[in-house]
Design a protein around this ligand. Structure first.
Ligand code: HEC
Length: 169
């Protein structure tokens, strides 16, 4: 008798688990962040650009976790990977990319590499203050370029802070 009850209870529990598994939301939150789709970029050009950008998000995630725990070697290695990432060549006149990407895009691309290189140097010197400074400059470049890409104006992506905040007393 007691045995039957145990079997019945465990069947019930198993059933409840099965139902919970079936009803669980089929799509959990996307693990990868995605940038929106700019309307002014034709799909073919976008595919080329996209193929170069997909690893950046992953690399920044790695970098931030290395930098915050002052893992200098890990930070240097990850920044080195960002530096080594293939870049989009500046288009020739008349090239399709030329029509859709402003010159500022390529400037920002160069800046990102320069910052990655300086970050490697700061990590190699074990200079934590410089490391955090370079990291924040590098992140600003990511945002500037995405802003430029999405909205297509160089002005919105100047990268210069709009005036300093007054110090809090
Ligand atoms: C020179 C410009 C430029 C710079 C600098 C840049 N990105 Fe991007 N990034 C892009 C563009 C353009 C796309 C969108 C490609 C597309 O249309 O899917 C993109 C897409 C992304 C995506 C979304 C990928 C996806 O699969 O949808 C992530 C994440 C990302 N970038 C992270 C970064 C990070 C982090 C940095 C800085 C370390 C960075 N990017 C620097 C231009 C740039």
């Amino acid at each position: 008798m007691k045995n039957k009850l145990v079997v019945a209870t465990s069947t019930l529990v198993a059933g409840a688990i099965a139902i919970a598994l079936i009803l669980r939301p089929s799509r959990s939150i996307s693990p990868r962040p995605e940038l929106g789709t700019p309307e002014h970029i034709p799909p073919a050009a976008r595919a080329v650009i996209r193929s170069r950008m997909q690893r950046h998000g992953e690399q920044l995630g790695n970098l931030v976790s290395r930098v915050v725990v002052l893992d200098y070697d890990g930070a240097a290695r990850t920044a080195g990977e960002i530096y080594d990432e293939p870049t989009l060549a500046r288009p020739l006149t008349g090239d399709e990319l030329n029509a859709v990407l402003p010159e500022r895009f390529f400037v920002l691309q160069d800046e990102l590499r320069g910052e990655a290189r300086r970050l490697v140097a700061a990590a190699a010197r074990r200079d934590s203050a410089q490391l955090s400074q370079e990291f924040s400059v590098l992140t600003k470049t990511c945002i500037s370029c995405h802003d430029l890409y999405l909205h297509g104006t160089a002005d919105s992506a100047s990268g210069t802070p709009p005036g300093r905040q007054p110090p809090i007393e």
